[in-house]
Design a protein around this ligand. Structure first.
Ligand code: FCB
Length: 450
């Protein structure tokens, strides 16, 4: 097998998020998050679990930094829990919450690992949800207060800042599809939420730059390459429709300062918007949203194939033709990562790109000898890292790759049933055991090649 070398300064990392690993939901002055509230509603989390304890990273973080050292990563992407910092969303700062991240950042730096901080990875303070959550413009304002509190404390040591993780999930999955907290099903709400998330992103980028001179600020989007199921014009239209509502609805405002017109027309036709004048849009908003960013983070897991439906003319997602699916039911499609990077680079030309998440859920656990032979995950990583290499060789400004995730963790509405970790977590003892994929990733990092 041919080996492919990466540039010397290529960054290898792992990613996690606060709500998924920290636990300690009622310790250190932390306020309630929308996921605490949501998980308490019967039927919302598939295994009836919650994230109250999760991986207990809040207490075990020192050991977790050791795991990262062993892997040899150069950067760790993690998120800050807003309700730890501002238990009510705004107002009084909880210094104990900041202390936790302060110590973590120090330990990372000491270990030679760069902290990549994400400000928002879905754990909105419940108090803000009580006042409308992201549907309300006030939440965007509160986000700036929160951004200020965090950057003031960590800005002397953290240079890489992400405002939001996956606005599509924050808005559409949470307010339109009902799958994520707060579990609403209202398309009009989702569009308004999406706008306020992006508005708060733009404001936060300016706030970060003001408070942390020399820092780098960006956003993380979950993007998918969308392909028509056949060469037919109808299937092409269906693919373009999905791309508009999923990818371009976020890429266009951020990189071009406008919402995609075809997608607006579609939302009007469906009655999700009264007309093309977006009711939540105020003069100047799009200038704020399109403030230049230092990097775009892309989370990539799979592709989407679209097929126009025969009778109704409606469009649906068609299952992947390949039989290779992860436990999430997502097709393993490494080529899609290359295609996506080429497309984003060509159409939007970001200054820098990171793959901020990529990984696979497989349930493989310890065998009789205690070893975790997760070959499918190893193959998943190998294929995707090869695609990353191909993109870098093409001259795409891709500067780093973060594996999702360091640990098995609380996978949102799937509870603990989906395992994405490089480390297996025994949820009784909380012991972490490296899977074969952890050994594999360690080799990739060490040799800086695939
Ligand atoms: C992404 C999320 C992350 C994790 C992975 C599997 O959408 O950002 O928290 O749930 O999917």
């Amino acid at each position: 097998m041919k080996t492919h070398k990466f540039p010397e300064d290529f960054i290898w990392g792992v990613a996690t998020s606060a709500q998924q690993i920290e636990g300690a939901y009622d310790e250190g002055g932390r306020g309630e998050s929308i996921w605490d509230r949501f998980a308490a509603i019967p039927g919302r989390i598939s295994d009836g679990s919650n994230a109250n304890r999760a991986c207990d990273h809040y207490h075990l973080w020192r050991g977790d930094v050791e795991l990262m050292k062993w892997l040899g990563i150069g950067a760790y992407r993690f998120s800050i829990s807003w309700p730890r910092i501002l238990p009510h969303g705004s107002g009084k700062i909880n210094e104990a919450g900041l202390d936790f991240y302060d110590s973590l950042v120090d330990a990372l730096l000491k270990a030679g690992i760069k902290p990549f901080v994400t400000l928002y990875h879905w754990d909105l303070p419940q108090k803000l949800q009580d006042h409308g959550g992201w549907v309300s413009r006030d939440t965007a304002k509160a986000f700036i207060e929160y951004t200020a509190a965090v950057t003031d404390r960590l800005g002397d040591r953290v240079a890489d800042w992400t405002t939001h993780n996956e606005p599509w999930c924050i808005a559409n999955l949470s307010y339109e599809e009902g799958e994520h907290a707060p579990g609403h099903r209202d398309p009009a709400e989702a569009l308004s939420a999406a706008h306020h998330v992006m508005l708060s992103h733009g404001w936060a980028v300016e706030e970060i730059r003001r408070r942390v001179p020399g820092s780098r600020a960006g956003i993380v989007l979950n993007l998918v390459p969308v392909e028509p199921a056949s060469g037919s014009g109808k299937d092409h239209e269906a693919a373009r429709w999905f791309d508009g509502k999923f990818n371009r609805w976020y890429l266009d405002p951020i990189f071009r300062g406008s919402y995609p017109e075809d997608a607006i027309r579609d939302r009007v036709a469906r009655g999700h918007l009264a007309n093309a004048e977006l009711p939540f849009l105020k003069v100047g908003d799009l200038d704020i949203i399109s403030v230049p960013i230092d990097f775009l983070g892309i989370n990539y897991y799979s592709r989407v194939i679209m097929k126009a439906e025969q009778n109704s003319g409606a469009v649906e997602k068609k299952g992947a033709p390949s039989e290779e699916l992860t436990d999430m039911g997502w097709e393993v499609y490494p080529e899609g990562l290359y295609k996506l990077l080429s497309r984003v680079s060509r159409d939007y030309d970001p200054k820098n790109i990171y793959i901020t998440e990529n990984g696979a859920a497989y349930s493989d656990g310890p065998d009789e000898s205690g070893r975790i032979r997760d070959e499918r995950r190893v193959e998943y990583f190998r294929g995707h890292i090869e695609s990353v290499h191909r993109a870098v060789s093409d001259g795409i400004r891709l500067k780093g790759y973060f594996a999702w995730s360091l640990l098995d963790n609380f996978e949102w509405a799937h509870g603990y049933t989906k395992r994405f970790g490089l480390y297996w977590v025994d949820y009784d003892s909380l012991r972490r055991i490296p899977k074969d994929s952890a050994f594999y990733y360690r080799e990739v990092i060490e040799s800086n090649s695939v």
